[in-house]
Design a protein around this ligand. Structure first.
Ligand code: ATP
Ligand code: MG
Length: 219
């Protein structure tokens, strides 16, 4: 295992009744790289990242993050290790603002009005870091899918993300939005963030990925 391995997945198995979703799968991810995970529909990509985020528990195998070994992740453990996932299905709360979504789950301070203004200011700073212009006070349901995705990214970045996992991030995007996303991924990489990028569009990989893992039938 190379010294700069930030994440090492070893012999993960996950079965559902009648299906082996992941079948003794192993992979190493190096610190600061963009690592693409590709494979056909049903190959096991989403199931694998759910084991990394703690959303599901594998039947067998281990996950090693920054040298610490875990038999299974929990959502809390994964967050403590700096793992953030942007799922295929967005998980934002549609009726509240972008700023509130970014800091959802943070404890509120007394004086709600001040608090909202303060969150909007911090959210604006995050979007400035991503170099995108978004009205942070708008409910996210009024934002385009691309802007909603940027809210998800800002949310991950606000949590000091070390390993950002994106599941098919380009699926809802137009060509120019994909360019913006790629620019942001490259910026995050230059800031030391490791990215695991799931896709089944081969042509994207040549532009964005440093290394590629191919998944087939859970292997
Ligand atoms: N909760 C579940 N219950 C039963 N079977 C499941 C469950 N989740 C996934 N599977 C099965 O596990 C296999 C892997 O699914 P998974 O969603 O991980 O594939 P994927 O590579 O993400 O596919 P896609 O490219 O379509 O997103 C598939 O056969 C799927 O039907
Ligand atoms: Mg999937």
């Amino acid at each position: 295992m190379p010294e700069n391995t930030i994440l090492s997945v070893r012999n993960i198995v996950k079965t559902y009744p009648g299906v082996i979703a992941i079948n003794h799968f192993s992979m190493d991810v190096r610190e600061g790289e963009v690592h693409a995970l590709i494979g056909e529909n049903g190959a096991g990509k989403s199931t694998l990242i759910k084991t990394l985020s703690g959303a599901i528990t594998p039947d067998e195998g281990t996950v090693c993050v920054c040298g610490k070994e875990f038999a299974s992740m929990t959502p809390k453990l994964a967050k403590e290790q700096g793992i953030e996932v942007i799922y295929q299905e967005f998980t934002l709360v549609p009726g509240i603002s972008a700023a509130e979504n970014v800091f959802l789950g943070e404890k509120t301070k007394p004086g709600l009005f001040v608090d909202i203004k303060e969150r909007e200011k911090r959210a604006r700073e995050l979007f400035e870091r991503l170099n995108v212009d978004i009205d942070v006070s708008k409910p996210v349901k009024n934002l385009s899918p691309a802007h909603q995705q940027l809210v998800e990214i800002a949310k991950a970045v606000s949590k000091q993300v070390k390993i950002l996992i994106m599941d098919e991030p380009t699926a809802p995007l137009t060509v120019s939005e994909v360019e913006t996303l790629f620019r942001i991924i490259k910026d995050l990489k230059s800031q030391g963030v490791t990215v695991i990028y799931i896709s089944h569009r081969l042509e994207e990989l040549f532009e964005i990925a440093d290394r590629v893992t191919v998944m087939r039938d859970g292997c």
